[in-house]
Design a protein around this ligand. Structure first.
Ligand code: ZN
Length: 380
C-alpha cells in the first residue's frame, strides 16, 4: 500500500501534492520518511521539484476521478486520456488543447449531449454536461436552476425553446462552482435575472481556487453575477408553484442552497448531493463532511415518499436514496474520525480501507475511494 502511495505521488511537485491530497507536502514527506525508510529516495526533494508533464498530471487526475465524465464534471476525452495514461499507454496530446485544464474542460463540455427528463408536467431536468439543471415552465415563464458551461448555452437555449415559447425569466444558481455558473453570462443575455446566495455573488466576484483539483478561477464578468441575493431563505411564487430556497450551513461550499418546488414536490439539492457516488466537497471555499451530512439530513426532512430529488450530479432519486446516501456519509465519517482521533496517519487510514463495503455502490462515479478518504480525513 505504501509503495502504491509513493508511486502515485512521486511525480508531483510539492504544490501539486498539496492540491491532490489536501495535505501539506511536508507532512506527507515526514510520514513517508518515517514509515518508508526503504523508499526514502522517492521522497527526496529532487523528485518533487522536477517539472511535471501533462501525462503525469493526467495520472493524478485518474487517481482522483475515475468516472467523472458520468458526473458531468470532466469531459470524456480528457478522462479517457487520464485513464490511458494511468494504464501506462502512450498519450498523444491534442494540439488544440489549451494549457489551462479549466478552459479545456469548458471547451470540451460542448461535445457532451444535453438530455431532458420530465420530472413533473411543468418541471424538467436537463443533464449531461456540468451540473444537473431543472426548468420550471408555466404561463409566467421559465425559471432555470444552474447554467452548466458557457459552451453548452446554445443547447440549453434550444432545450428551453423546445419545452415551450414562454419567456425565460430567471436563473437560480445552487452555488458558485463553474460547472453550475459558467453559463451565467449567456443566460443573462437570454433575458434571465440571476438569483443566488450572497456568497455565490461574493465568490464569483473575486478570484477563487479549488485546491483539491488545483483549479484557479478569475473573477466572473459583471453579467454573470447574481442581481438578487439572499443570506438565509427566499420565497418565490411563480404560476401555481410555491418555491422555497434556503441556505445550507457550509456543506459542499459556503454558498449552497436548495430549491424546493413545494407544490410539485421536487427538491434540487445542488452539489450537497451526488447521486450514487462519493461526493466532492470544496474545503477551499467552506466545504466540510459534517456540513454535507447536515445538508442531506435537512433534505430528508423536507421530503416525503413521493418527492423527486435532484442531485448536483448523477441521476435523480427519492427520499430513500437520499437517506441511504446520508447514512453512507455518516458511517464513513465516523470510521475515519475514530481512526484519526486515535492518531492514525492518512496513509494508515487509507490502508485500513474504511470505505470497503461501500465502494462497489459508491466508488466508481466520481471520486475514487482513496481520494474520498483523503478528502474526509483532511477536512475533519
Ligand atoms: Zn460544486
Amino acid at each position: 500500500m505504501a509503495c502504491r502511495i509513493v508511486r502515485r505521488l512521486w511525480f508531483l511537485s510539492c504544490r501539486q501534492i498539496e492540491s491532490v491530497t489536501g495535505l501539506r507536502a511536508g507532512d506527507i514527506f515526514k510520514t513517508l520518511q518515517r514509515d518508508l525508510s526503504d523508499e526514502r529516495r522517492l521522497v527526496d526533494q529532487i523528485y518533487f521539484s522536477k517539472a511535471t508533464t501533462r501525462r503525469e498530471m493526467l495520472r493524478a487526475a485518474s487517481f482522483l476521478m475515475r468516472g467523472s465524465a458520468l458526473a458531468g464534471f470532466m469531459p470524456h476525452a480528457l478522462l479517457a486520456g487520464a485513464q490511458a495514461a494511468a494504464a501506462g499507454k502512450a498519450q498523444t496530446p491534442s494540439p488544440a488543447s489549451p494549457a489551462d485544464p479549466v478552459e479545456q474542460m469548458k471547451a470540451q463540455m460542448a461535445g457532451v449531449p444535453l438530455q431532458t427528463l420530465k420530472l413533473r408536467d411543468n418541471i424538467q431536468m436537463l443533464y449531461g454536461p456540468g451540473g444537473n439543471m431543472v426548468v420550471l415552465d408555466g404561463p409566467d415563464g421559465k425559471i432555470l436552476v444552474d447554467s452548466s458551461f458557457a459552451s453548452v448555452a446554445p443547447k440549453v437555449k434550444r432545450a428551453l425553446d423546445e419545452i415551450s415559447d414562454t419567456p425565460f425569466k430567471m436563473l437560480i444558481n445552487t452555488h458558485w462552482h463553474f460547472d453550475h455558473t459558467d453559463g451565467n453570462v449567456a443566460m443573462h443575455q437570454f433575458g434571465a435575472t440571476i438569483l443566488a446566495h450572497e456568497n455565490t455573488r461574493k465568490r464569483l466576484s473575486t478570484p477563487q481556487v479549488t485546491e483539491f483539483f488545483n483549479m484557479h478561477f478569475p473573477p466572473s464578468p459583471a453579467e454573470a453575477l447574481p442581481r438578487q441575493t439572499f443570506t438565509d431563505s427566499f420565497k418565490l411564487y411563480f404560476d401555481k408553484e410555491e418555491i422555497s430556497l434556503a441556505h445550507f450551513s457550509p456543506a459542499h461550499t459556503d454558498s449552497d442552497i436548495y430549491v424546493h418546488y413545494q407544490t410539485s414536490n421536487v427538491l434540487h439539492m445542488g452539489d450537497t448531493l451526488f447521486g450514487g457516488m462519493y461526493p466532492f466537497f470544496d474545503s477551499s471555499t467552506g466545504g466540510k463532511i459534517d456540513g454535507m451530512i447536515a445538508a442531506a439530513t435537512r433534505g430528508i426532512s423536507l421530503a416525503d415518499d413521493s418527492t423527486k430529488i435532484v442531485p448536483g450530479h448523477g441521476p435523480a432519486g427519492d427520499k430513500a436514496a437520499l437517506t441511504k446516501y446520508r447514512d453512507m456519509l455518516v458511517a464513513i465519517r465516523d470510521r475515519i474520525k475514530k481512526q484519526k482521533d486515535a492518531g492514525k496517519t492518512l496513509k494508515e487510514v487509507i490502508a485500513a480501507k474504511p470505505t470497503a463495503d461501500f465502494d462497489a455502490a459508491w466508488g466508481a462515479g466520481f471520486l475514487m475511494p482513496d481520494a474520498f478518504v483523503t478528502l474526509v480525513y483532511t477536512t475533519l
